[in-house]
Design a protein around this ligand. Structure first.
Ligand code: FES
Length: 434
């Protein structure tokens, strides 16, 4: 079944459509996990807010996650230590640790299949990278474990283990968290005029606005079309696929990931930049046939992730010139903790409460020029590619995705059905023909 298993056994509450002009302190645009958690925090702080979602809540990215809650994001700590120094690497660790702690606390009273699991990042060929990560972790004061062998049916050169991380059922969790929040579904923001949102049924005048739309949809500030790109990754869920305790992921972006959910084994992989060729489900199925020949596929689905250029999310003021506009994006496939960090940080910033993590995640930080250049080259190449089918976001040529039967944009990752209806943003309209 091409639907994530999360949709099969959770019932999300329904919310009304926005119908009349309104005022509020904080408008949140986007009803995925980031928007909902931010609304929850504002609710708890007693700050008036409205959350609007153009479709149903958790309808796209959040419903297709693998829902691992960990502060081990690949081999990130060595990278941050080198690019931003010890203090920022410690901040990254501390903020994501807090996110895990908050999920643990909230999940205590919610039936959401929350389980504590050790997390492992393994490498198939580069032991040196794992050793560098261990050194970086020691330097910032975290005692990770090094494992010579991992109990997976592949040969690795070792793994870095963070004990006592977690996994859960994201939609069971969010269906409880979102109850009673001031949310409007099927409410599309057509245009922003400062901090006023124009919807089909009326205006929402806000003092501050948080853009939590996966890919930020306002182009005239922040240059997110230069500093983000999108990745697709693929998951299958297998019956009879035995997994030793734990969650596992390859340090290599194109490698495999593993977790269980009850008796199901969730295998992830086949990644590629949206609009490019990649292994998709075929690669994972080949792996499953080889290593789990007894297993039977029960679900398959795909996820889309926003990738930042320095592997740290962009959370904070949308741009230097927009003091009342905020954003959360670029979680680099670690959307559970990314969403929680965003909710904690943004609910402080809109209340003008200082937050220690603001500098680390500031979207206006300087980005390494070579990465920026490469991302621009990729977009420019697709802008000048000849093709009748164009993306309404900024005009790039669309590419056919034969695995998913969709038209995908290699520039920033918008996607369209075979007939041209928009599926994923930043495009906010249907495919165009030249
Ligand atoms: Fe930006 Fe297509 S997503 S041009």
């Amino acid at each position: 079944m091409m639907n994530s298993l999360w949709y099969e056994n959770a019932r999300l509450p329904r919310f009304p459509t926005f119908r009349t002009d309104s005022r509020t302190d904080v408008l949140i645009i986007g009803g995925g996990i980031t928007g909902i958690l931010t609304a929850y925090f504002l609710h708890m702080k007693g700050i008036p807010y409205i959350l609007v979602e153009k479709g149903r809540v958790c309808g796209i990215t959040t419903g297709n996650t693998t829902a691992k809650i960990t502060f081990q994001h690949g081999l990130i700590y060595d990278k941050i230590l080198r690019s931003r120094g010890t203090e920022m690497a410690q901040m990254y660790l501390k903020s994501n640790k807090e996110a895990l702690k908050k999920f643990t606390e909230l999940s205590r009273s919610i039936d959401c299949d929350f389980e504590i699991k050790d997390n492992f990042v393994y490498s198939l060929s580069d032991r040196r990278k794992l050793e560098d990560e261990m050194k970086a972790l020691t330097k910032i004061g975290y005692a990770a474990l090094f494992c010579e062998n991992i109990p997976l049916p592949i040969k690795s050169v070792g793994a870095v283990c963070f004990p006592e991380q977690a996994q859960f059922h994201p939609l069971k969790f969010l269906s409880e968290i979102s109850k009673g929040l001031n949310i409007y579904e099927n409410t599309f923001v057509r245009e922003m005029k400062g901090t006023t949102a124009l919807t089909d049924m009326g205006r929402i005048k806000a003092k501050k606005v948080i853009v939590a739309t996966h890919f930020p949809f306002i182009n005239k500030h922040g240059s997110y079309f230069l500093k983000l790109y999108q990745h697709r990754s693929y998951v299958i869920a297998l019956e009879n696929g035995k997994l030793p305790d734990g969650m596992y992921v390859d340090e290599n972006d194109k490698g495999m990931s593993f977790r269980n959910h009850g008796d199901l084994l969730l295998l992830g992989g086949g990644d590629h930049r949206t609009g490019k060729e990649g292994g998709n489900w075929a690669e994972i199925r080949q792996f499953a046939a080889l290593h789990y020949p007894e297993a039977k596929e029960k679900y398959y689905w795909a996820a889309q992730d926003c990738m930042s250029l320095d592997e740290i999310p962009y959370i904070g003021q949308y741009s230097k010139n927009t003091p009342d506009l905020y954003v959360a994006t670029g979680f680099n496939k670690w959307g559970m903790t990314g969403a929680m960090v965003s909710a904690m940080l943004l609910s402080d910033l809109v209340a003008e409460v200082p937050n220690d993590y603001a500098e680390l995640y500031s979207p206006s930080r300087s980005i390494l020029k070579p990465k920026l250049f490469l991302n621009c080259v990729e977009s420019a190449a697709n802008l000048f590619t000849l093709s009748k089918k164009r993306c309404p976001h900024m005009g790039c040529a669309l590419r056919w995705n034969s695995a998913e039967h969709s038209w995908d944009c290699p520039c920033h990752g918008s996607r369209f059905t075979e007939k041209g209806t928009v599926i994923e943003n930043p495009a906010n309209g249907n495919m165009k023909y030249k």
